[in-house]
Design a protein around this ligand. Sequence first.
Ligand code: AP5
Ligand code: MG
Ligand code: ZN
Length: 229
Amino acid sequence: MGSGVRLLVLGKQGAGKGTQAVRIARHYGVPHISTGDMFRAAAAARTPFGLKAKEYMKRGELVPDDVVIGVVAERLAKDDAVDDGFVLDGFPRTRVQAEELQRLLGPGGLDAAVDIDVPTEVVLDRISGRRVCRTCGATYHVDHPPKVDWLCDKDGGDVVQRDDDKPESVQRRLELYEQDTRPVLEFYDGLNLLATIDGVGDPDDIFGRILDGLASVGRSPLPAPPAPQ
Ligand code: AP5
Ligand code: MG
Ligand code: ZN
């Protein structure tokens, strides 16, 4: 049983949303819901939806709002998210998505949004070195590879470069961030739900800053995380 917290992790491409959302989810005992991971899993399973999403992702374009909203609404209706709460990673990234999420959850439905703030030159370096497990999505970096021969530490899957981590797609993703996703930060700031965190430095330090930031916004204080089993 989780803590019931409902959180969002925002930030530009390569800011460390996935890296930190995993820790936040573990800390609060809630599911980590990443739209990017869901789309990549659907693409790997070669479902009609997955193959379509893959075309958008490869080019660095956003998947259309109505499609993303449908996928997220379905996921948030599952028991674990309803009972335990969630940490959303990579959603919302347009103003329309943010408004729709607000409608879906109702007033007071969200506890806080964290923006992991990292300068563009730093994210470019992180993305160019990133490698991910084809099976489970675990993230590595050329400077922090898996222990054995580019095989995932967790499940032995192949660890490869993401299709959309090539320079042309990265450029497009960062443009779309400025155009479509910046307004989402303003939206949550206007609701007094936004905590902006300096995302440069050691991942453990950044996680500490996130917990401090979460304590300073939104529903305060956040429920305590569940006791370790
Ligand atoms: P998504 O998978 O969400 O990609 P993204 O937003 O581009 O973000 P990333 O996953 O690239 O970065 P991250 O912030 O998770 O960083 P990470 O922790 O990996 O979305 C992919 C695509 O799906 C989109 O382009 C779009 O097409 C589609 N999509 C998804 N959601 C959508 C939506 N809502 N609407 C429409 N379309 C949608 O870290 C990056 C690297 O840095 C790693 O190598 C990591 O090891 C390293 N690192 C992390 N933290 C640190 C640190 N503190 N110091 C040094 N290195 C670090
Ligand atoms: Mg990610
Ligand atoms: Zn793996």
